[in-house]
Design a protein around this ligand. Structure first.
Ligand SMILES: [Zn+2]
Length: 184
């Protein structure tokens, strides 16, 4: 998609959070407290939609179970997490596209993949605006932002506000939710 990811623009993060930043009047966000408030604002505003909404691809639990491997089913359909450094793509450096392992939707490309040191495939941006969907996740006594496939609702991973430029975001994904397609 042309123009994505965008060139570095310090205002981009502010745009991502939107009008809320203005209402919080974060003073430069340079000090630690500012960054903390900024992250809180980011997490709060990504709670846009309910995960139980209608999807373009809708299948029964049995259908997903038959279609996917046990690990893909556990992670993508039951919001599981795979072990770090012991998954398919954390150390994949080939050029290509990462699709949803459930429905094939294009989610990420190798262009925005980076070394996060976490042991999970990490990206600083999805393949385009709206390519992934974000939801507030308060499970396991943590406040996180879940990332799902907008087409089939598959659980992909979480997004954190400690990523590199140009977005400052870290999309921490599960390999089991992705299917890599190597570029010819
Ligand atoms: Zn999908």
């Amino acid at each position: 998609m042309a123009g994505w990811p965008p060139a570095f623009d310090p205002k981009m993060l502010y745009n991502h959070v939107g009008a809320l930043i203005g209402s919080l009047q974060i003073p430069g966000a340079a000090d630690a407290g500012g960054r903390r408030r900024f992250r809180k604002a980011l997490m709060a505003t990504t709670n846009k939609t309910n995960q139980d909404q209608q999807r373009e691809v809708e299948k029964s639990d049995d259908e997903w179970r038959r279609q996917l491997t046990p690990e893909q089913y556990r992670v993508a359909r039951k919001a599981g997490t795979e072990p770090p450094f012991a998954n398919e793509y954390w150390n994949n450096h080939e050029k290509g596209t990462y699709r949803c392992s459930s429905c094939g939707a294009e989610l990420f490309t190798s262009d925005t993949k980076f070394e996060s040191g976490t042991g999970w495939p990490s990206f600083y941006a999805p393949v385009g605006p709206g390519a992934v969907e974000e939801h507030e996740d308060n499970s396991l006594f943590m406040h996180r932002t879940e990332v799902v496939c907008p087409r089939c609702g598959a659980h992909l991973g979480h997004v954190f506000a400690d990523g590199p430029r140009p977005t400052g975001l870290r999309y921490c994904m599960n390999s089991a939710s992705l299917k890599f397609e190597k570029e010819d």
